[in-house]
Every structure is written in structure tokens, then in C-alpha cells.
Design a protein around this ligand. Structure first.
Ligand code: GLA
Length: 424
């Protein structure tokens, strides 16, 4: 057996590939990183910006194209078995939560995208082996990274290309196949990130604005050890919030329909008064007052979170660009409070991590991703990093059972490069 070369994956994965696929080795490696969102939570599906960066941990797919339409995928992890299906414009889904759905989603979407150009024989399939350095169900977007890596592999196997943003957008829509009404943040950063940079991402249309991360800003990721499932109860709570945000917007839109500001709004797609139009046209104080005057209960809370969080993203971007760590940290703290009190997606474990990090000397801390478990992201000055990590180890992890290496649940994030596919 030949020794592993850089970018080829460890020899045991190559061997596992051969064992699974009739002795033949892979021809390509497709990789897509996970992400940590620094600020801008539950804003993407409301058309408001987010500010994530890609992580050093990633999904890797070793693959080789096939002559027919079959997709045959094994997983480096034993808990995920072999999955086989034919690539077509209508692929029957597996039960909700099955990892095959994250393979099927990009396949069906790309088959539809290229139906006109590929002719009756459709897209070619592939043999693949998936491995991951990302903790599963950690809220660090392992599932979107899988969708991106698989989509990229299918494109390559068929000698097809799509511009990065178009591809990311298509994959974001594709992932709804799995039942989550997600926004487009995870796919966009996984596909389009630049090393050493975070990004402000805007939606409708999708755009990415790179922002260098100063070398003396340390972003720590700390896992609650509670799984952040993208299916089941968490999926229902997530989808519920997307509906509540739309409902709140409808009411505010109704209130403003007769106002001078929106008199000319004919309702054409470019003019429809979404959250981003509201934020552009009305200052945040007035917007919150408007919400308080016309919305009640849960709808008021969701509205207040969304519009203040959107504003915080722009403020945080400015702070990041001028190297103002203190302001960025304060915005992270405000984001967490809003997610806990108004959006109601935090948990006692996330709150505990945030409090411990701040007590340990962090500049700011908040939950990251959808919430309901998963991870917190913490900003620290380099000279305080040791104190922050010690506070978390002593205060949170010491009395809990961490199965596996500590670096998987508590690590310093490195802003990494977006997805790539290479020939082996
Ligand atoms: C999940 C979704 C994203 C985004 C976040 C919350 O990660 O996949 O699109 O909505 O939740 O900010």
C-alpha cells in the first residue's frame, strides 16, 4: 500500500475505499469546511446578513466517477452504513434524519439543474467514501458541509461547473429536501470562504464580503456536549420560528402599507417590503417601537430579535474591520441575550458556557448556529486565552463525561478556505 500523500487522506481511508468499491481506488478528493457563525443568528432566512467564518474541520469525500447513474457511498464512521441510490430528478427520500438525505439533496438538485443540457441519460453517478473531522450534530454545519462536498463531487464527476455563489445558492435550496427550512449561510460560507477571513453574507441575491480576521483575535468554539440535531424536535422549533418571523413581518407590513414611506410599493418582487427593506428604511429605534406598538407576545419577541440582530451584524463588521475587539465582544453578548430572551433558542448548557467564558476573561460570548444545544463561540484576547480555556475546562467539562479527545469539544477556530476538489 502506498504511503499517504498530503491531500490524499490517510491510508486507512484509501484502503476502506478500495474494500468498499471492488478494489478500485478514488480519483478525486472533495472537501468542504464546517463553519462557526460569529454573529447574525436566525437572520439568513429573513433576508438579513450573517457573519460567519469557515473552520479548519471539514467533510472529505474520496470519490471516483461511475459509468452509470448509481451513487454508492460508504462512511468512514461505522455508525453510518452504506447508502445506494440512482441519481435523477426525483429521488425518494429516506426517513427524516437519515444521513442519506444529505447525499440525495444535492444529487436531485443538480439533476434538475442540468436536465436540459445532460440529455436523456442524465448525470453520471459515483463511488464515494465520506469522512469527517467535524463533530456530528455540533451546530458547526457538518450537514451543509456534506451537501456542499457531495454537490461538488457530482459536478466534477460530470465535468460540470457552476459559479461559487450560484452553486452555494442551489445547494441551500437543495438542502430543504431534508425537511429544514434553512437559510443560506452554511452553504455560502462552506463554498465561498477565504482563508484568514470571515465574511458578511447578504441574501437575495447572495453576496459575500470578505473581512480579514486580525491575528490577535482568538475565537474559541466550546461544545455543550448536547447534540444540535437538524431533525426531530429542533427542526420543528426552527421551522416554527421561520413561520413566526413571516407572521410578524406581515403584520408590520400591513401597518406600513399606507405610510408615506412605502406608498410606491407595488408589491413586485424587488419591492416587497422584507426585513432588509425595513432595516434600510427605518432606524432601529423606530423599528423596535413600531414592533412594540403593533405586535404581541412571541411575535414581538421574534421581530425584535431579528431586526436588532441584523443591525448588530453591520456594527460588528465595522468593529472587525477597525480591529475593535471590545465592541465586537459587546455585540456578541447582546446577541446571546437576544437569542436567549427574545428568540428562545438558548439552553442552560449554552448559558453556562457563555457565563463561564466571560467570568474567565473573554471579551464576548454567544451561542452559535441554530441553538438548542451545539456550541458557543467565544472571543478572547491572546493574553487571556489560557484563563478562558481553564475556566471552561474546570467549570464545565471537568464534571461532564467527554468521550473522545478534548480538542474536539474545545478549540480555537482558524478561519479556513472554502470547499475545493482536487485530482489525486
Ligand atoms: C442553522 C441554519 C442556518 C441558520 C442558522 C441560525 O445553522 O442552517 O441557515 O439559519 O441555523 O442562524
Amino acid at each position: 500500500m502506498e504511503p499517504a500523500k498530503s491531500g490524499r487522506g490517510p491510508p486507512d481511508l484509501l484502503e476502506a475505499f478500495r474494500v468498499a468499491h471492488e478494489g478500485k481506488g478514488p480519483t478525486h478528493l472533495s472537501r468542504a469546511p464546517g463553519r462557526v457563525n460569529l454573529i447574525g443568528e436566525h437572520t439568513d432566512y429573513n433576508g438579513l446578513p450573517v457573519l460567519p467564518m469557515a473552520l479548519q474541520q471539514e467533510i472529505r469525500i474520496l470519490f471516483s466517477p461511475r459509468g452509470d447513474r448509481e451513487i454508492r457511498v460508504v462512511n468512514g464512521e461505522r455508525e453510518f452504513g452504506l447508502r445506494e441510490f440512482s441519481i435523477s430528478e426525483n429521488i425518494p427520500p429516506d426517513p427524516s434524519g437519515d444521513w442519506a438525505n444529505y447525499l440525495k439533496a444535492p444529487c436531485q438538485a443538480l439533476a434538475r439543474e442540468f436536465v436540459a443540457t445532460q440529455g436523456p441519460s442524465g448525470l453520471r453517478g459515483l463511488n464515494a467514501l465520506v469522512s469527517s473531522t467535524l463533530p456530528v450534530a455540533s451546530g458547526l454545519s457538518s450537514s451543509s458541509a456534506l451537501v456542499i462536498a457531495m454537490g461538488q463531487a457530482v459536478l466534477k464527476a460530470n465535468d460540470l461547473t457552476l459559479p461559487t455563489l450560484e452553486f452555494a445558492d442551489a445547494m441551500a435550496r437543495a438542502e430543504r429536501y431534508t425537511g429544514t427550512q434553512g437559510g443560506g449561510m452554511d452553504q455560502a460560507i462552506s463554498a465561498g470562504a477565504r482563508e484568514g477571513h470571515a465574511a458578511r453574507i447578504e441574501f437575495d441575491p447572495l453576496r459575500i464580503f470578505e473581512i480579514p480576521v486580525p491575528s490577535d483575535w482568538c475565537f474559541v468554539v466550546a461544545h455543550t456536549l448536547v447534540r444540535a440535531e437538524k431533525s426531530g424536535r429542533a427542526q420543528e422549533a426552527y421551522n416554527q420560528r421561520t413561520r413566526e418571523c413571516r407572521e410578524a413581518l406581515e403584520i408590520v407590513r400591513g401597518v406600513l402599507a399606507d405610510s408615506e414611506l412605502f406608498k410606491g410599493d407595488t408589491g413586485s418582487p424587488g419591492e416587497v417590503m422584507g426585513y432588509s427593506r425595513l432595516l434600510e428604511s427605518i432606524c432601529i429605534q423606530e423599528l423596535v417601537e413600531l414592533g412594540e406598538a403593533h405586535l404581541k407576545g412571541v411575535l414581538l419577541k421574534r421581530f425584535r430579535h431579528v431586526v436588532t440582530e441584523g443591525t448588530r451584524v453591520y456594527d460588528a463588521e465595522q468593529a472587525l474591520r477597525r480591529g475593535d475587539r471590545l465592541t465586537f465582544g459587546l455585540l456578541m453578548n447582546a446577541s446571546h441575550e437576544s437569542l436567549r430572551n427574545d428568540y428562545e433558542v438558548s439552553s442552560p448548557e449554552l448559558d453556562a458556557l457563555v457565563a463561564l467564558a466571560l467570568e474567565g476573561g473573554a471579551t464576548g460570548a454567544r451561542l452559535t448556529g441554530a441553538g438548542f444545544g451545539g456550541c458557543a463561540v467565544i472571543l478572547s484576547a491572546p493574553e487571556r486565552l489560557k484563563g478562558v480555556l481553564t475556566a471552561l475546562r474546570e467549570g464545565y467539562y471537568r464534571n461532564r463525561n467527554v468521550s473522545g479527545p478534548m480538542e474536539e469539544v474545545l478549540f480555537v477556530a482558524q478561519a479556513s478556505e472554502g470547499a475545493t476538489v482536487t485530482k489525486l
